[in-house]
Design a protein around this ligand. Structure first.
Ligand code: NI
Length: 153
């Protein structure tokens, strides 16, 4: 596992629509392993492959209890409700902003071996699913922000 440099706003990789993953091979596995390592080291909630310069539809999300969720070719199939809260992005350092997102989001995705599964996230995880799926289509939260908020770090 290796840390991969996180691309920041202004990098063209963050504006591209990513390709579907077709080979569930070693290369995909090491990409996912590196993304998990990178997310851990960056202390983030979610990371999408284009954020490390790879234009493939792969996402990792940090769940509770140090678990990580890997989503390959995720598609949002259902959302419920909506709410506004503050979110940030590892590719937009030093900023945070209020964004409206669904309260509950269900995706269909594949695991690293190509097995299809369904996952439903609520609140923070619903927000994160939507934020990361947006990355795969070249959209950053700053394009959806209602207003930026001050952050202390
Ligand atoms: Ni992000």
């Amino acid at each position: 596992m290796a840390y991969r440099k996180i691309r920041e706003i202004g990098d063209p990789c963050l504006k591209k629509k990513c390709r579907q993953v077709e080979e569930f091979d070693e290369r995909l596995h090491s990409l996912l392993d590196d993304m998990k390592e990178t997310l851990r080291l960056a202390n983030g909630v979610g990371l999408a492959a284009p954020q490390v310069g790879i234009l493939k539809r792969a996402v990792v999300i940090a769940l509770e209890d140090n678990k990580m969720l890997e989503l390959v070719n995720p598609t949002i199939i259902k959302t419920e409700g909506s709410y506004v809260d503050t979110e940030g992005c590892l590719s937009v350092p030093g900023k945070a902003g209020e964004v409206e997102r669904p309260k509950k989001t269900t995706v269909i995705a594949y695991d690293r071996n190509g097995k299809r599964f369904e996952y439903t996230g609520e609140d923070l995880y619903s927000r994160c699913l939507c934020h990361e799926c947006d990355h795969l289509d070249g959209t950053l939260y700053v394009e959806k922000v209602i207003r930026f908020v001050d952050i202390e770090d």
